[in-house]
Design a protein around this ligand. Structure first.
Ligand SMILES: [Mg+2]
Length: 169
């Protein structure tokens, strides 16, 4: 069951990138170039969330030009990369955009996300997240990372805002 009351407080959505917006795989070319894939359903969901007035930001420990490109294309409010201190980076996002933990939804898949998930009013782990992440989150998505998990969370957030049943299949 989804706690609709938590969803209704959300004003900002902070997303991990690797394993959440991607399936976590890094494809290396012989010259060391890295390729990642993003799901169009997640992209559409991010646009819907933004249209509904949600602040959507990405917070990643790694740095990737492909991530900058894709998320820039989607117009995210902030694309924060190269930050292992995610809780401090979250403090900065909150100060910059004027939201609080109690208005935050966060999606993660691994240990580095736990400090952010612990602070969020609504925390989600993707279906194939590390067990530590799944154990801590308020919600575990049906979809895997990079395969619509972010869209699933956004659908829940928007349904709760509109007063629709978030526990419908
Ligand atoms: Mg990750």
């Amino acid at each position: 069951m989804v706690d609709t009351a938590r969803l209704r407080h959300v004003r900002a959505l902070v997303l991990d990138v690797d394993g959440v917006l991607t399936d976590g795989r890094l494809y290396y070319s012989p010259t060391g170039e890295i390729f990642q894939s993003f799901h169009v359903h997640d992209g559409q969901g991010i646009k819907m969330a933004q249209a509904a007035g949600l602040i959507v930001a990405a917070l990643s420990a790694r740095r990737s030009a492909a991530v900058e490109h894709r998320l820039g294309e989607l117009g995210l409010a902030a694309i924060v990369q190269g930050r292992h201190d995610k809780s401090r980076a979250l403090d900065e996002l909150e100060a910059r955009f004027g939201f609080a933990d109690k208005e935050l939804a966060a999606v993660g898949d691994d240990l580095g996300d736990l400090p952010v998930l612990a602070r969020a009013c609504f925390s989600a782990a993707v279906a194939d997240a590390h067990p530590s992440c799944r154990a801590q989150a308020h919600y575990v998505t049906r979809c895997a990372g990079g395969r619509g998990a972010v869209r699933e969370v956004i659908d829940l957030l928007l349904a709760a805002r509109e007063g629709r049943d978030t526990n419908a299949p």
